[in-house]
Design a protein around this ligand. Structure first.
Ligand code: NAD
Length: 380
């Protein structure tokens, strides 16, 4: 795959619904709208209170100059904006403007704005053209690609939503320069995940280039965003509705979701919980392969090598959590999936599969490993 060309990545969905993911400056937006067959007129821009002062001008200025009439709506930054209340306010605003079915909705920000505004686009007038203008690592490599949109409910995250694909994604890698360090590093968890489940060469590249990545060297950022986005694009193109292969993108997430739920949402960033979850999943993988739970202090290669790299990411320390709370948190996912929990395991670096068949004690040993032995009594 060419890494430093201006050509977009394609999400190759069938029935004329394929769309490009462009890695380019925000100023390219008017030209890309034209390329997508969207003509000047009214355009809705939804963003959050952190992103607006940084990048709203870089979107609205070129749009206005190109003959568009952009209308912007700024929601509070953070996960609480993925709510039915914020969504209802967006509906009131958009419908009050007298929008038409061809009015594009541009989601400028990270995964929160993308999921919220994406669901608004899916439902307003039964579907407005959606464009993601992604400004976080999570959004550029993961959340803007694949069409999952939605909001949270008091009973859990992402419980109300729809699959709704954008017309295109524009990821400006230079916007990552202003991301707070904790957000930037936690977002790398999804990049590592992509490499671990699908691309061993990419994993080796991440290993060798860790210092450049942390320093946000432009070439390194361009490389890992494109490559992780390409992995996501190729997996979702083959399984849009997650009936099969797409589930491998949940590597580390069964554990990660349980951590988020047991700790209380908001205590850890999603990427921190996923990074810790991936450490557990890396221990679970050889246990599944051997058909017997490995002791927590044993980890064969190449899983140990992967674990050493994942351990450099910001993690969710588990020492404040009890095994009982984590076990209860996992039960919630189990109920939602109907029967048994499905785990994603690696057969090797870059080769993932799902399994429901687990050796006795393997999940418990994986938790103890990920906790560094620090879980409270009552292990899960
Ligand atoms: N739809 C999917 O497939 C999918 C996949 C993964 C995650 N998600 C969702 O994505 C959300 C997390 O996304 P996120 O990590 O991007 O969080 P986010 O959207 O909350 O952004 C993180 C923080 O960074 C700020 N920010 C964004 N861009 C910035 C920039 N360039 N400079 C400075 N600050 C900036 C935001 O205001 C926010 O405070 C969660 O709700 C998660 O459920 C969805």
């Amino acid at each position: 795959m060419p890494l430093f060309t201006p050509s977009p990545i394609t999400v190759a969905l069938p029935h004329g619904r394929a769309y490009p993911v462009h890695f380019a400056r925000l100023g390219a937006l008017p030209g890309l709208l034209t390329e997508a067959g969207l003509g000047p007129g009214r355009a809705l821009v939804v963003t959050d209170a952190n992103v607006a002062p940084l990048y709203l001008g870089a979107v609205v200025g070129p749009l206005t100059a190109a003959g568009w009439m952009p209308e912007a709506r700024v929601v509070p930054a953070g996960e609480p904006s993925k709510s039915l209340n914020t969504l209802a306010a967006l509906y009131d605003w958009a419908l009050g403007l007298g929008i038409e079915r061809r009015t594009p909705l541009l989601a400028l920000g990270g995964g929160v704005v993308g999921d919220l505004a994406g669901f608004a686009a899916a439902t307003l007038l039964r579907g407005l053209p959606l464009v993601h203008l992604s400004t976080t690592v999570v959004a550029q490599v993961d959340s803007a690609i694949g069409g999952k949109t939605g909001v949270n409910h008091a009973l859990g995250k992402n419980l109300i939503g729809a699959f709704y694909q954008p017309r295109f994604v524009l990821a400006d890698p230079t916007t990552l320069d202003t991301l707070p360090d904790r957000e930037y590093r936690a977002g790398l968890a999804e990049v590592f995940k992509a490499a671990l489940v699908a691309d061993a060469d990419f994993f080796h590249w991440l290993e060798e280039n860790w210092d450049r990545i942390v320093a946000r060297e432009p070439e390194a950022v361009a490389m890992f965003t494109r490559r992780a986005a390409a992995i996501k694009a190729s997996i979702v193109a083959g399984d849009e509705r997650e009936h099969g292969r797409r589930a491998v993108l949940n590597f580390g997430h069964t554990f990660g979701h349980a951590i988020e739920r047991a700790a209380g949402y908001g205590r850890f960033l999603h990427g921190e919980a996923v990074a810790t979850g991936m450490r557990a999943a890396l221990h679970l993988s050889p246990s599944v392969a051997h058909g017997a739970a490995l002791p927590p202090d044993r980890l064969p290669e190449p899983f140990a090598r992967a674990d050493r790299l994942v351990a450099r990411l910001p993690l969710a320390p588990l020492d404040g959590l009890s095994g009982t709370a984590i076990a209860a948190a996992m039960e919630v996912d189990k109920k939602r999936e109907g029967a048994r929990l499905r785990f994603v395991v690696l057969d090797d670096l870059g080769r993932a599969r799902t399994t429901e068949v687990l050796p006795p004690g393997a999940v418990e040993a994986a938790w103890v490993r990920a906790a560094g032995g620090g879980l409270h009594a009552g292990s899960p």
